[in-house]
Design a protein around this ligand. Structure first.
Ligand code: AMP
Ligand code: MG
Length: 331
């Protein structure tokens, strides 16, 4: 089993040294837990792909401690500054022309690199202590539900890695929004995530290409790893075309479970053991925070099938729906 390291100055030094020596460390972030390696170390990054079973054509995101280190890995432009000022540190990833320092293994051979400055204070300490950019995808077996606690990482990768850094449950709970900034005059959202497309276009004062939806992604060559099927429970998982009604919830078969957006108003319905929800209050942010935990919890239950409802596309609702659609995709 992996050892879980609490955040102490001594432990941060131990884990920073492990990363410098080419070992992998599972890290907390505000989005999801990641499996990190020194981004300059090709052999270390190769282990990430092997341990996750991730195909080599699916590039990794590189995490930096601050804007002052961006020059080491990517070409800057003025739009980067505007977005960085508004959203970094935070759940925004930018795709920029890459510098030679980053091995092509990390970027799946692309001429670009995806970069992000995370906000999580424990991860920031580790980044500053190891003084290297960290390449890190989510710390889960490829295609399975992303981890949002150290226990999730331990459950699915604990027998393959040595180090997990504890950082508590993830504050955002879904992955970063990815923006293609190769051409700053026509930015495009490659993946919806923790920051809404509306917030980004408000800062840029530019229309953005539409967020990629699951049905289009197979043909999107710019973000090769964005697969139709992803974040998938093992239990048969389907989406409803309409929201749940109280009657639909009461009529569930005993082996069918329902995943609602909001807690049902009727206390009797809410007390049914096969009825689950993402938010008490009906907030998209609370729902995002709970999504992957709830899917994992339901996936270990006695259910033959799980049915989920889509939510309103406002705020980060479209990012949540993107994850639900991919969890339900069959291939
Ligand atoms: P994750 O698996 O959540 O860490 O996200 C990584 C995703 O970011 C990949 O699956 C790609 O779709 C996208 N990505 C990473 N690097 C690039 C890049 N250089 N160009 C376009 N998309 C990228
Ligand atoms: Mg992932």
């Amino acid at each position: 089993m992996a050892k879980v390291y609490q955040e102490t100055a001594e432990n941060i030094q131990i884990l920073a040294k492990a990363l410098q020596k080419g070992e992998l460390v599972a890290i907390p972030s505000e989005t999801v837990y990641g499996l990190a390696a020194n981004a300059f170390d090709e052999a270390a990054c190769r282990k990430i792909f092997e341990i996750k079973g991730r195909p080599f054509n699916d590039p990794l995101i590189v995490h930096l401690d601050s804007l002052s280190t961006l020059d080491q890995v990517a070409e800057q432009n003025q739009t980067v500054e505007r977005l960085a000022k508004a959203f970094w540190p935070g759940p925004l990833t930018l795709v920029l022309p890459k510098k030679k320092s980053i091995p092509s293994l990390v970027t799946a051979g692309l001429a670009t690199v995806a970069v992000r400055i995370p906000e999580h204070p424990v991860l920031q300490k580790l980044l500053q202590a190891c003084q290297r950019p960290l390449a890190a995808p989510s710390a889960n077996p490829f295609g399975y539900i992303s981890p949002t606690t150290s226990a999730h990482v331990q459950e699915s990768l604990g027998n393959k890695i040595n180090y997990i850094l504890e950082g508590g449950p993830c504050r955002i709970g879904i992955e970063s929004t990815i923006v293609d900034l190769r051409d700053p005059s026509s930015p495009a959202i490659l993946r919806p995530g923790g920051i809404s497309d509306r917030a980004i276009s408000a800062i840029l004062d530019l229309p953005l290409d539409k967020p990629s939806v699951a049905s289009k992604e197979k043909s999107a060559p710019i973000a090769p790893g964005l697969l139709h099927k992803h974040y998938s429970p093992k239990t048969h998982f389907i989406l409803r075309s309409t929201p749940f009604t109280e009657t639909a919830l009461k009529n569930l078969q005993p082996k069918e479970a329902a995943l609602c957006f909001k807690k049902p108003d009727d206390p009797l319905t809410a007390s049914l053991e096969n009825v689950f929800w993402l938010s008490e209050s009906g907030s998209d942010e609370e729902a995002a925070r709970n999504l992957f935990s709830k899917l994992r919890q339901m996936d270990t239950g006695p259910w033959e099938s799980i049915e989920a409802e889509l939510i309103s596309e406002t705020g980060i609702g479209n990012a949540l729906n993107d994850r639900l659609r991919r969890a339900a995709a069959k291939s």
